[in-house]
Write a protein that binds this ligand. Structure first.
Ligand SMILES: [Cu+2]
Length: 140
């Protein structure tokens, strides 16, 4: 009987140690839950950062007219289609981010450009008649 007593104490001590390990495992589970929350936050950020996109239509000529179909758009990537109907005018679009696209003054027809628009003010002009043939596009 006296020999069993120390053995029982040893088992009890081992059980306490095992429980201690179990406690550590629970802490790890808590960390996993936190990581899950981070993943959710990342997804939310990606949704918020999703840039707008769409189409813009510019027109110049045949008279001394130049225009764009929208005056304000959200930042994003747009397909700009320009209808140049005059051999005396061009449609020159410039602004933030190095955007600088243009049709030819002597040429006519439709030209398509892909432009990455940032918040700010973009300008479109007919270069030979920029003082009277111009307009702006506001990007928010
Ligand atoms: Cu012009």
């Amino acid at each position: 009987m006296r020999r069993l007593l120390p053995a029982t104490l040893f088992v009890a001590a081992a059980t306490v140690l095992a429980t201690g390990c179990g406690g550590s495992a629970s802490s790890s589970s808590s960390s996993d839950t936190t990581a899950g929350a981070d993943t959710t936050a990342t997804t939310t950020t990606a949704t918020t950062g999703g840039a707008a996109s769409g189409t813009l239509a510019g027109s110049v000529g045949p008279g001394f007219d130049i225009s764009m179909d929208k005056t304000t758009v959200a930042a994003g990537t747009y397909t700009l289609t320009v209808d140049d109907e005059a051999s005396a005018h061009d449609f020159h679009f410039t602004g933030p981010g190095g955007v600088d696209v243009s049709t030819d003054v002597s040429g006519t027809g439709t030209k398509t450009f892909t432009v990455d628009l940032q918040a700010g003010t973009y300008t479109f002009v007919c270069d030979p008649h920029s003082s009277s043939m111009n307009g702006t596009l506001t990007v928010t």
